[in-house]
Design a protein around this ligand. Structure first.
Ligand code: CDP
Length: 226
């Protein structure tokens, strides 16, 4: 298989994937693309239509028909990108606990995954993309020149998410994250797992710049034939 000049970053919730990917994209001049936004946007669109997340056919129709646009960030309010659903800015709504508690149910439907991963693959194949998700190295872009699986303990991940959010309870964040990880790792299609040729990095107690330096060193040794 020919390799593509893109990088895959996978791992469980809040393991630091987006931060690493953003830093890496900036260092390399690549595009940063977070596939989780698309699964969140479909889930948000299902809830907006008063749909039932347990209805796979309905969720699939929404994935196939909702107009989801992920665009470069246009507002300086801490967002990583603009997320529009059917022409409306829903960047912050897709982060709401209601969406977060249903997203892994919606993301498990084969029809939803088929609709989204085809779009993601097209973007990744253009090259020079740092793509973040759960199945990028295994399914969406197995040709990626480098695959990183970023892990951390569930307690540390829940603590990070808790610190990012206001008005949420730590115990609830921890429980929701454990359930999401369980669903993501146990679904039949494209479950969260470590690609055979992925580099595994544990981010527990590590600063973002240390992890970035680690990945840049791996890329450098790759370029030198190592
Ligand atoms: O930011 P966080 O790591 O908490 O989650 P995310 O990357 O925004 O992903 C939200 C959810 O979308 C995950 O829990 C998965 O259920 C789903 N997802 C997926 O199934 N496949 C991907 N490539 C990306 C996300």
């Amino acid at each position: 298989m020919d390799t593509i000049n893109s990088i895959a970053i996978d791992g469980p919730a809040a393991s630091g994937k987006s931060t690493l990917a953003q830093n890496l994209a900036e260092s390399l001049g690549y595009l940063f693309f977070d596939t989780g936004l698309m699964y969140r946007a479909v889930t948000c669109a299902v809830l907006d239509r008063n749909g039932d997340v347990n209805d796979g056919a309905f969720c699939t129709r929404v994935a196939e028909t909702a107009q989801i646009d992920v665009r470069p960030c246009s507002v300086d309010d801490g967002r990583q990108a603009d997320v529009y659903i059917d022409g409306q800015d829903r960047t912050w709504q897709i982060r709401a606990p209601e969406v977060e508690s249903c997203v892994s149910i919606v993301a498990a439907y084969p029809g939803v995954r088929k609709a989204l991963s085809a779009q993601q693959r097209r973007i990744g194949l253009r090259g020079e993309v740092v793509m973040v998700g759960r199945d990028i190295g295994t399914v969406v872009l197995p040709e990626a020149r480098l695959k990183v699986y970023l892990d951390a303990s569930v307690e540390e991940r829940a603590r990070r998410r808790f610190e990012e959010r206001t008005g949420e309870d730590y115990a609830a964040v921890l429980e929701s994250m454990k359930e999401r990880d369980r669903l993501d790792a146990s679904r039949d299609l494209a479950p969260l797992r470590i690609a055979e040729d992925a580099v595994v990095i544990n981010s527990d107690g590590k600063d973002a710049d240390v992890i970035l330096a680690e990945v840049l060193a791996i890329l450098k040794s790759q370029a030198n034939g190592g």
